[in-house]
Design a protein around this ligand. Sequence first.
Ligand code: FES
Length: 117
Amino acid sequence: MPHVTFLHPDGKSGEVPADLTLLEAAEALGFPLNHDCGGNASCTTCRVEVQAGGEHLSEIDFEEQDLLDREALSEPWHRLGCQARVTGNVIVRVPEKKWEAPSAAGPAEAKQVGRAS
Ligand code: FES
């Protein structure tokens, strides 16, 4: 089973069944990942920053990319927790504040998070 880590002061880490979304994985691990729109790809409060294992997340689809672009979160390490599905081990950072400014630079690996560009 994939091992998922949520980096945050109250973060959680553990194994979850494959093919869960990061939001579902957070719920399974007892981590309260924000999800104001209920997981419908319309709010970005579930945004995470991929630190490692981006190749173990599902490909980003048009709907997710469109919302991230509209919120100026176009860098490849940003993913929506409600849309990205886990296929292997992954580490993501969760912004501490709901509207925390996105990181100016992600990890080197972020260039390989599986986005078609
Ligand atoms: S929960 Fe709203 S975009 Fe993911």
